[in-house]
Write a protein that binds this ligand. Structure first.
Ligand code: 2HG
Ligand code: ZN
Length: 459
């Protein structure tokens, strides 16, 4: 089939690309282990364009992949089977801020950081935030129900969606919820599309909820020596302050970040674990934080700590945590993104450390993550003496053990990065057979011909 000709019946020349550069770039995301193999990239400009593409794909049984900023780490937006890519990149307008409703309407391809800045310039705040903010697109953040560094205070993307326009796999355009705060009229379809990884519909427009910006954010960095101490520090601060973040990383991560030379830790002593907390300095919260810190020191739960003295210092402290992904990338890390109930984090970590020590002693692991959400990023770093293929196959052995342990602990094989291609064979470690069966029925309803992102999410 001459796909280019087929789509040029309703798209212009500039909206269709089969250049090898585009096929390569748009065919992959940040997962990296998958070889891109796309057949065409399409750039719709309107919801109507998207509808026409989906209808055409449905009629001709063409697999189509909705594609945002491609910052995902689960191969949810990769094209490996000659699929057509539907990039939302040209639908990037930030359209209308309604100050009474506190909502912001934008097209799905708008970049998260632009949305955050637009909200701030107008005295509002969009609180979903993470390191890929400068590249990821809002539609993708809905499709993956993105989490990030502020979940402890503001929740996941799901909490911030007041409405959306979606083109379903059948080519139907749905305008869902219209920004209503209250709407008790049956199933809330917003929540089916959020987190569906482009398997049920293409999100083309979103209506986001906004809030008031946080005031005088303070950042503290602590060093600590045991996993149990981390949980004690978490409880102590969480009980007395309204935290906006509670993050952690290990000495391995810090060494990588420091060796890249951008920022270094202001703490005097090295320690196995570091904690970064953030809170708003309202109603004496700073004094309270100092009190809690003193108590943690006395009890030897922390060994050292600093508090940011300026916005720049706060940014630098954050960089110690946010630069880990980039700093460790030289070691081609094999990534996982799991969650357990918060109180089970130490148990998970010590069981994992045991597995690695016994079975793969040459592996170095960079642990970090949103420990206040029970979400850890497990990055296994590639030893020099292994080829990429050898390394990946050994890491897959670790996956088997790690995911069966996660199952026993009642955790999730993907806390925030999603299922995509990477986790779909482990979906049953977190979701029951009955749940997966219902999911398959739901897929059938919205995409009966299976044209939207086939092979992703569902086993
Ligand atoms: C983060 O928390 C991201 O920084 C990326 O979710 C995690 O690189 C990773 O494994
Ligand atoms: Zn994360």
């Amino acid at each position: 089939m001459d796909l280019k000709r087929l789509f040029s019946e309703f798209l212009t020349e500039t909206q269709i690309s089969d250049s090898s550069e585009d096929l390569e770039n748009y065919g992959k995301d940040w997962t990296k282990h998958f070889t891109p193999n796309a057949s065409l990239v399409l750039f719709p400009k309107t919801t109507e364009d998207v509808q026409k593409i989906v209808v055409c794909c449905q009629k001709n049984k063409i697999a189509v992949i909705p594609s945002g900023g491609r910052t995902g780490l689960s191969a949810g937006a990769t094209a490996t089977q000659k699929e057509v890519i539907l990039s939302l990149e040209k639908m990037n307008k930030i359209q209308e801020l309604n100050p009474i409703d506190q909502t912001l309407r934008c097209q799905a391809g708008a970049v998260l950081e632009n949305i955050q800045n637009h909200a701030l310039e107008n005295g509002y705040y969009y609180p979903v935030d993470f390191a890929a903010r400068g590249s990821c697109q809002i539609g993708g953040t809905l499709a993956t129900n993105a989490g990030g560094i502020k979940v402890i205070r503001y929740g996941l993307t799901r909490n911030w969606v007041a409405g959306m326009t979606v083109v379903t796999g059948t080519g139907e355009v749905l305008n869902i919820n219209n920004g209503l705060v209250k709407n008790a009229t049956g199933y809330d379809l917003r929540h089916l599309f959020i987190g569906s990884e482009g398997t049920l519909g293409v999100i083309t427009e979103v209506l986001l909820k906004l809030t008031t910006p946080p005031q005088d954010l303070q950042v503290m960095l602590f060093s600590t020596t045991t996993l149990e101490a981390i949980m004690n520090v978490y409880k102590a601060f969480r009980d007395e302050l309204v935290l906006t973040s509670f993050e952690s990383f290990t000495d391995v991560c810090l060494n990588f970040v420091e060796s890249q030379g951008r920022v270094s830790s202001p703490l005097q002593e090295k320690a196995p674990y570091y904690l970064l907390i953030e809170f708003e300095n309202t109603s004496g919260q700073l004094d309270k934080a100092m009190e809690v810190f003193e108590r943690c020191l006395e009890k030897e739960w922390v060994t050292d700590g600093v508090i940011s003295q300026s916005d720049q210092q706060a940014k630098d402290l954050w960089a110690l945590r946010e630069d880990i992904t980039e700093a460790t990338s030289v070691k081609q890390p094999y990534k996982n993104d799991i969650s357990v109930n918060i109180h089970k984090v130490p148990e998970f970590l010590s069981l994992m450390t045991q597995i690695i020590k016994e079975k793969h002693p040459s592996f170095q692991v960079a642990w970090f993550g949103h420990i206040g959400d029970g979400n850890l990023h497990v990055n296994i770093l590639k030893p020099e003496d292994l080829t990429s293929d050898e390394f990946i196959s050994k890491c897959k052995e670790v996956d088997v053990e790690m995911f069966s342990m996660i199952k026993k602990l009642g955790g999730s094989v993907s806390a925030e990065h999603g299922v995509g291609l990477v986790k779909k064979n482990y979906l049953d470690h977190t979701r029951s057979a009955a749940e997966i069966e219902y999911m398959k029925h739901i897929k059938q309803v919205f995409d009966p011909n299976g044209v939207l992102n086939p092979g992703k999410l569902l086993p």
